[in-house]
Unconditional design. Sequence first.
Lengths: 116, 227
Amino acid sequence: MKKVSLMVLSIMFLGLMITPLAIAEKAEDNYKLYCFQCHGSKGNGGGINAASLSTAPRDHTSATEMKKLSDDNIFTAIKEGGAAVSKSTFMPPWKSILTDAEIKDMVKHLHGLCKC
Amino acid sequence: MKSLKILISLIVFALFLSVGIGNSIAADGKAVVDSKKCGGCHKMQGPPDKTIADVLKRKAPDLFYAGSKFKEAWLVGFLQKPTMIRPAGTVYLNNIKMGEKKDEIGDVKPCASALSKDDAEAVTKYLMTLKEPTMKAGVIVDDTFSKAKAKVLFGQKEGCSGCHRDKADSGGTSCPTLYNAGERLNPDWIFDFLKNPQKYDPKIWMPRRELSDEDFMLLAKFIASMK
């Protein structure tokens, strides 16, 4: 019995060692690494990829534009991609990188950018 | 019968010798990698970076799965004359000039350590020994596919050209160029990477797509055809 418990504990420990632990990042840092490339360092849609996109990336600093979107809509767009909210397919689904909690933080971060 | 035995012995000996020589060249390549301090910029062994802070310290692409990723012939040429594969550098975020209206790519240069032909061949032999153990080989066995379907998937459904240059003068710049990917990349690796980029690089700015194996295969073959 003791041997079995030891074996189970060992397997659990090994599992912990092998499973990559998802490390939660700050919304500001996630925005820099993942969003700057299209939405730009100012969040106004002026990223280095913007010129190659047939649909201009959303201007996160525009209160007029951002107020049109609900938090659920923004959350889904980030998690599932633009196509999930009938927007551009150039906006990919970020759920393989960002957790739900990180996406919720990102929605708050966007409200900070548009001051809305 | 005797001559057959001699022939078999010779073949076995030649195979043994060639494996020995191959290992020896790879060892020479490792020595070159060490002496040139390639590990100062490239990660030569896993695991990959797990935090954004670590990614931002990255100076050059990870090489600990180079043997799964690259084509041998391309590596030999590249190591003698490195070129820019990522228009905005290894980590684009470290190389952009942040403007009020728009950002621009700053000053980025290819690796300055060009190798001699002999060193490039030895280093290639060594790099080809660095494999991703979970990657399946022999998945892509032919190069037949519907180019029309692939173009729709690549350009419209998945928007790959938004971040990757699919032509020398068009496409995004935050990720590696793809218009010459077929010369550079092993098709099996393209397939494996597309299926789960985060397996190779948990914080890479290319998220995983939910596609069927058939569509991943189509994309991989299309990218592998870009030469």
